[in-house]
Design a protein around this ligand. Sequence first.
Ligand code: S3P
Length: 443
Amino acid sequence: MNLHVRPGTALRGKIDLPGDKSLSHRAALFAAIADGESKIDKFLVAGVTEVMLGCLSALGVNWRLEGNTLYVSGKGLSGLTSPEAPLFCGNSATTLRLLAGVLGAAGIPAILDGTPGLRSRPMNRIVSPLQQMGVNVSAAGGGAPLEFHPTTGRLKGIDHTLSVASAQVKSCLLLAGLRAESEIILREPALSRDHTERLLRKSGIEVWSDQAPTRDGANEYITRMRPPDELHLSPLNVSLPADISAAAFLLVAALITPGSELVICDVSTNPTRTGLLDVLAEMGANLRVETKPDQGGEPVGDLVVQASSLHGIEVSGPTVVRMIDEFPAFAVAAAFAQGVTVVRDAEELRYKESDRIQAVCCQLRQLGADIQETRDGFILHGGELRGGLVQAEGDHRLAMSLAVAGLASRDEVSVRGAEIFRESFPGFLDALTALGAEIWAEE
Ligand code: S3P
């Protein structure tokens, strides 16, 4: 599919977005290993969660979707059954890494696999600590497929330092740790999203985090979990907040398109996810959060945003982790900002759905940006974009960001391979159209 976007029309209105992707994955998984029936409202129905649900079916879990409400009959960890075929995780690293933790705890034989893109992503970061905990798992070549062999008895606790802050790795090890005999201690260089910890705490499991200086003077973020003697998770009855990572595209769209004014309702404002809001505010964005009551143990707010004149900024350190999925959208905002934007400490972006440093630089250059790739980020001299034809490179977030760039470019932007946006935000096109954008698809 090619998406075409014509510049010029302001975006106006109030909009509801789909449920958060990270929370949808976790809610489905927690419900599967809970005892009893769960109900999850505002579940994200999209490519990445369809593969998670497919894997849960293959593990013997019954669920049904009514619109975007997901009902799950929990089996308990010990009720999961060994799948007959490899579990296909598509292109979703969250599905694979979180399921790896659950399979480690369940101790059942299974194979986790995915697309060639997913197979190329680094899995040693979970395989090696899982093995240390006593999980019988192997990954030829350090990537998927991951093969789990039966393990009996309890796993060992672990004190593990993650070389890169990662909620997927942290969640995998916490989930495996549900069957450990002693404490799980995970040390990260910055605090990654803490949705798993919040859900564990909601289930009565002792999880806490603190911060401590390391020997070399840097800071370390430590998450500890005391595994329960016996695991009984209560079923969930939650309504999920909207995804801030989906809201990011509309926020940037409104900021760069003159005359725009938007309200994005009930967005997750978990502080481990709001790096982009802080950075945009520092760039001069007219943006505010109207706090709403928490949903499912997560902070929520309406985002109110108006078109603004932005200026360049430097982004580095722990902020990078708090906006790790937002760099493609952020780069588009920076391309329309006056002055220089520098991103550092973001090498992890090279291991996402695409090498996002290379892909963002290459595609924005196609649209006329003055952007230079560095080892761990980029340097961008902002101002304006010309427009033109670009490629989504199999990356949903890149596809949507490039489409948004077309709202404020001099000429039309066409994004080839744009159908990939359905992986995380199937309503993207309809949302922009409803707000007044001139955007259309050509199959
Ligand atoms: C996610 C964590 C992030 C993020 C991904 C979703 C999660 O990955 O990029 O889209 O739900 O835990 P890392 O934690 O590996 O950086």
